[in-house]
Write a protein that binds this ligand. Structure first.
Ligand SMILES: NC(=O)c1ccc[n+]([C@@H]2O[C@H](COP(=O)([O-])OP(=O)(O)OC[C@H]3O[C@@H](n4cnc5c(N)ncnc54)[C@H](OP(=O)(O)O)[C@@H]3O)[C@@H](O)[C@H]2O)c1
Length: 307
């Protein structure tokens, strides 16, 4: 593997609004244009709102749970969504995603999965099992889940990318774990994406990881945007402040997402949901105006006071 080169091509991470209808799998309702950000290593435009799958899509063989998950995915693609994130750690989620993909056949999927096994030698087999569960020809992105045996898996992912069997690779963590190691890898390895936890109340990544991502041209995927639902629950029923309307928010969930995707280092957030209404609401947060720095500070103050 070659170390990260300081001369790596600099690409603008500017926001672009594309008509959501361009990304629709069928001629269904086209909501407001979804904002996109460029993947720093390629310039590919990605919608700022993706979809997580931990817990929400781990529904086992329950037919209703599978139908509900497919309905969420249908609404996600219809609203211009592309990135779905999963992992072999998420129980039946990969299979549930695969079943829905076979029915929906979306034209615009960005398949993001993970390798999560303690031995590098077993990584390729696990990746192949995951790929079969999704039913995709190849993953767009593979991430080393929670840095597990990262030094053993990265050479595999690097090789897969070089051979055209993978488009991007990266690493993940959550809840602030092992940030020093994440920084070390970001500074020394040619990764395309880093996935971290970031939300209005958990902002540690603002100090070093987000600036480093911009410096090293690494895309940032944000997990736990709602603190796994704790934030949306804590704010439920609390009146929305006046500023919410100024940035087109009709719910706290949208304000929480807009806060995240307004950070210039962030490529996208991946909220998980089991609800069609929520996935539509979350996608709308990826459209229209985003808060400026002053308003982001206001959002922090209000959420710290109310949550
Ligand atoms: N180390 C890692 O790699 C790592 C760690 C954690 C997470 N992740 C990834 O990041 C994804 C997101 O994180 P997460 O699942 O932990 O938590 P999250 O996205 O912060 O929260 C999910 C919860 O928020 C609720 N929710 C979603 N949209 C809502 C809305 N509009 N209004 C009210 N409630 C809403 C959902 O409930 P409903 O079902 O009722 O909508 C669900 O319970 C995961 O699914 C996974 O793909 C990766």
């Amino acid at each position: 593997m070659t170390p990260r080169s300081p001369s790596r091509r600099r690409l603008l991470g500017s926001l672009v609004a594309l008509p959501a209808s361009l990304a629709l799998p069928s001629a269904q309702a086209a909501p407001a244009p979804l904002l996109t950000r460029s993947a720093p290593s390629s310039g590919e435009q990605l919608p700022v709102i993706g979809l997580g799958s931990w817990i929400t899509f781990n529904v086992g063989r329950d037919p209703q749970g599978r139908a509900d998950s497919a309905a969420v995915m249908r609404a996600f693609f219809a609203g211009g969504g592309r990135m779905i994130d999963s992992s072999p750690m998420y129980g039946s989620a990969q299979e549930v995603i695969g079943e829905a993909l076979r029915a929906l056949k979306p034209a615009s999927l960005f398949a993001a999965d993970k390798v999560w096994i303690g031995s590098g030698a077993q990584g390729p087999e696990q990746i192949e099992t995951s790929r079969r569960r999704w039913g995709v020809p190849r993953f767009d992105l593979l991430q080393v889940h929670n840095l597990l045996a990262w030094d053993e898996h990265l050479p595999t992912l690097f090789r897969m990318k070089k051979e055209g069997r993978l488009r991007y690779f990266g690493i993940t963590t959550s809840e602030g774990r092992r940030h020093a190691e994440i920084e070390k890898i970001m500074a020394s390895q040619p990764i395309d994406f880093v996935q971290i936890s970031y939300n209005v109340l958990d902002r540690e990544v603002e100090r070093r990881i987000l600036p480093l991502a911009r410096e090293q041209r690494i895309g940032v995927i944000v997990n736990r945007p709602f603190r796994q639902g704790d934030l949306t629950q804590a704010l439920a029923g609390k009146p929305l402040p006046g500023w919410a309307a100024d940035i087109g928010c009709t719910s706290w969930a949208q304000a929480l997402l807009k806060f995240i995707v307004a950070h210039p280092a962030v490529t996208c957030a991946i909220p998980a949901t089991s609800s069609v209404a929520h996935v539509r609401e979350n996608l709308l947060a990826g459209a229209g105006r985003l808060p400026d720095e002053a308003l982001r500070k206001r959002i922090i103050q209000d959420v710290e006071r109310l949550a």
